[in-house]
Structure formats: structure tokens, C-alpha cells
Design a protein around this ligand. Sequence first.
Ligand code: NI
Length: 240
Amino acid sequence: MFSLSLIGLATLVSCSATTDQQTSAHSPDPSHEEHVDCAVLRCVALTFDDGPDQFTEELLNTLKSAQIPATFFLIGSKVEKYPGTVQRMSAEGHQVGSHTWDHSDITKLSGDQLDQQLIRTDTVIKKLTGDSPSAFRPPLGHHDVAHNKLVPYPLILWDVHSHDGRLKESNKIVDAVMDAIQPGSIILMHDTRQVTVHAVPELLAQLKLKGYTLVTVDQLFDGNLRISTPYSSAPREPKQ
Ligand code: NI
């Protein structure tokens, strides 16, 4: 179901909410604006779901010291519990996406219910960061054609699962990712789990050693993502 990769390019969505004036950036980080040529580099995107949560600040500290941008798919109902964390995330150059209001399986929702899930989440994120979410991840990865059409964002799935929901040791999470990683990969992790957050420094080190460049999802696709369309990795046709 989520083996779909890039399905043609027609109506391009620039996803460049970041070109709007950002809210005050306490710690300017160029990664948001920086152009990274993923046609040449071995780019991959780290994505974190289900936050913000109690471990998110620690993760932001790790990413900041490594100067690595990531993409966060936030649960709207949790955003107001951690307003400073969400503002910091955006100000430090991470991409902020939506993961519904309460982690609903979108394939079980009516059109109106789905709208409400997305609008409420959009509203709380925009209030804090100044920007609407630029991408959406369907909870559990569940999606279908009928519901995708109602989602006014690109649907970002993944091709590398860290299995951090069941693995209890950070080194196993690192291994799960490193075993499956390829250029263009989108890595699924959860910042709700301390074991995951503790895996990140070693994961960043190993990815660097293998020559990977970590980018946001928007950077991975060079901004060429269409709304209502599922993606599980960037296109992999060999360049040059
Ligand atoms: Ni989730």
C-alpha cells in the first residue's frame, strides 16, 4: 500500500511556506532556506512522528549541535502542551508537518471529520510558527485514494522503519535504520520515545560515516511535492 514512490509531476506545490516571513527566529539556522542538491548528494530525511512530547527538546538539542534538519509530524492536540518546543522546532529550521489532531486513522473518517482534523491542527501550528504545516503523514500510514484526495498536503510515508515502537535498545534502532537505508530514503522514528531520542546521536554519526546528507522532506524532493499524493521515498533513478 505504501510502496508508492513518486507518481509523475503535474501540479507542483512549492511547499515553500518557509519563504514567508518566519516568526522570530531565536537561533537562526540556514538549513531551512539552504538549497541542497539531492541529485548529487546521498540525501535522506529523518522524520519524527507523534510529538511534541517530553523528549522532543532533548532531540532538538542533539539536532542543533549536529546542525541537522529533520521533519516533525505533529499531533495537533499535543501542540498546545509544548508551545515553546514547537516554536523552537520551526525557528531552528526543521520542517513541521501535520499528523492529524488526535492520531485518527484517516481512512475511517468522513470528509467532514477529516477536514476538522486537518484544520484544527493547521490552526494551532500556524498560530505558533506563523506557517501552516507543509506536509502530512497519515497516522499508521493508513491512506486510500478516496481520502488522499481530501488531503491538501503531500502525504509523506516512509521506506525505512526504525521499529522504535518495539525495539528497546538504541543500538538496535540504529541497526534497523542502517540495514535499510538508501539514498532518497525517508526514515520513520518517534520522538515520543526516549530510546529513539537516545539512538539519534549514534545514528547521525553512522549516516555521516556512510556519506549521507540529512535533509528535510521538502529538501529531499527539492520542493516538488504534489498535494493529495503519497510519497514513500525520493525518486531513485541514478543521476549522471
Ligand atoms: Ni503516528
